[in-house]
Ligand binder design. Structure first.
Ligand SMILES: NC(=O)c1ccc[n+]([C@@H]2O[C@H](COP(=O)([O-])OP(=O)(O)OC[C@H]3O[C@@H](n4cnc5c(N)ncnc54)[C@H](O)[C@@H]3O)[C@@H](O)[C@H]2O)c1
Length: 451
């Protein structure tokens, strides 16, 4: 572990002790044998995210990348060169079927980082070939394909981790283990956003030949590069970015949503995109105790103002967090009558959950004589979270996957769990299309049997 010892709260034991209240998949009986602890890995898809995952894979002890499949020769060459630099000799393939046939004996696990529409085909083929699979989010751009991934995982008994990497991030785990349940009080409201500027459609001077694109189902180079914006291959900005953050609402409250109402727009770019380039959603969550909470979500692809972060707003305090800590890393007390006392707040600092904030005292001195009316609320300065992560963002999630492969550690994002967030996210597009509130039934979040 490379966490900052000074600030790391209670060590790995605390994190391991956190068992979330969802279906837990254990792999006690399907671990990779103790004789050779090396895990031999293949990758399918070596685009932008494939490279990000590769940068973590080469840093994880005992992981050897043996093969990479990508339909684009250019990326095959880049993969070969990249892994050579880290002493991994990889064989490259254009077609995953050739790779699975030829490398069957050489690989234990496969990392899938292809566009969303291919996740089901690639994941199911690998599971059926007896490989454990780490597949990128969104599970699929079509719910029935995400369901099939869950069913095939069950049938094969192999591990399937979905790449919602925040689920393994010790900062988020600390927040959902300690901060949200114990510091915030009743959290009625959550808010998240992902605002970013996207260049007009990506284009490359040398895309794959049209015959390759046609062979693998891409209409043309534009759709191949910009697959996110075409419903055949992706689901627009909501599925691309919202998938990360809606998953956090579900994690924080421990239940899937009961409804979503979404409005979207497709014309920020000229020509307009097929999928929504922006979306504004309200999710409702019915809690087991009969109360109801709301989460507001915004994703914008034409303006980066405000960036990306998540906020959980309780009657006693708020948490602001982001995957990049510079964008969100504080817990801020509500200065209200009957709220948490100085001593109670100090107790959280003493436990090592948040860092002291000198600024708190100063701020309160300034505000104590001001009559706080309904227009103005006194604001405390935030206290930074007392935990840091000094690793690439995806590394703990991959480590969790390999620990599950090796010795049965519990997966942090097994297929059925990711399925819940896929149901919630894909319904936002539907709500925006129909201009109607989408109401979920509890059974919507359960994987249906094959039709
Ligand atoms: N977890 C995260 O933070 C995160 C971030 C970005 C992307 N992603 C996910 O990663 C996946 C890939 O996204 P990306 O940004 O790397 O896309 P990309 O277009 O940059 O890369 C996709 C790669 O897959 C290859 N490919 C396409 N079809 C293929 C096929 N049938 N067989 C083999 N290779 C094929 C392409 O040639 C390309 O190299 C998506 O599911 C995306 O949602 C996750």
């Amino acid at each position: 572990m490379e966490f900052d010892r000074r600030t790391f709260v209670k060590g790995a034991a605390a994190t391991a002790a956190f068992l979330p209240s969802f279906n837990i998949l254990r792999a006690d009986d399907i671990t990779i044998g103790p004789k050779d602890d090396t895990i031999n890995v293949a990758m399918i898809g070596f685009g932008a995210e494939g490279k990000v995952l590769a940068a973590s894979l080469v840093r994880i002890p005992g992981v050897r990348v043996r093969a990479v499949c990508d339909i684009w020769k250019f990326e095959q060459q880049r993969a070969k060169a990249f892994f050579k630099g880290y002493g991994h000799a990889v064989t490259t393939y254009e077609d995953y079927r050739d790779m699975l046939a030829k490398e069957d004996k050489n690989i234990d696990a496969v990392v899938v980082a292809t566009p969303d529409w291919m996740h089901c085909e690639h994941t199911c083929a690998c599971l059926r070939a007896g490989k454990h699979v780490y597949c990128e989010k969104e599970m699929s751009n079509r719910l029935e394909l995400a369901a099939e991934m869950c069913r095939v995982q069950k049938e094969t008994g192999k591990l399937l981790q979905i790449g919602h990497q925040r689920r393994s991030n010790p900062r988020y785990r600390h927040c959902f283990e300690h901060v949200v349940p114990s510091m915030l009080g009743r959290v009625t409201t959550a808010y998240a956003q992902w605002n970013r500027t996207l260049a007009p459609f990506f284009s490359y001077k040398k895309p794959p030949k049209q015959e390759i694109l046609t062979k693998y189902g891409y209409a043309n180079a534009e759709q191949f590069h910009n697959w996110r914006w075409f419903y055949k291959y992706g689901g627009g900005s909501m599925v691309d970015l919202g998938s990360h953050q809606i998953d956090l609402f579900i994690w924080a409250w421990g239940v899937p949503p009961s409804s979503v109402t979404a409005i979207g727009g497709k014309d920020a770019f000229n020509p307009p995109r097929q999928a929504y380039d922006r979306m504004y959603c309200i999710y409702e969550f019915k809690m087991p105790d009969g109360t109801k909470n709301e989460a507001i979500y915004q994703v914008i692809s034409s303006n980066a103002r405000g960036g990306f972060y998540e906020q959980f707003m309780g009657v006693n305090a708020s948490l602001t967090i982001a995957e990049i800590s510079a964008r969100g890393n504080t817990v801020q007390r509500e200065l209200r009558q009957g709220g948490l006392s100085d001593a109670e707040w100090q107790a959280f600092i003493d436990k090592g959950w948040i860092l002291p904030s000198e600024g708190d005292k100063v701020k309160k001195e300034v505000t104590k004589d001001i009559a706080v009316d309904t227009r103005i609320s006194a604001q405390a300065n935030g206290n930074a979270l007392a935990i840091e992560m000094n690793k690439p963002a995806h590394m703990p999630h991959l480590e969790n996957f390999f620990a599950a492969c090796r010795h049965g550690e519990t997966l942090n994002c097994p297929a059925e769990l990711a399925y819940e967030s896929a149901v919630a996210v894909l319904a936002a597009n539907k709500s925006a299309d129909t201009h109607a509130k989408h109401i979920f039934k509890p059974e919507d979040f359960k994987v249906p049997p094959r039709a």
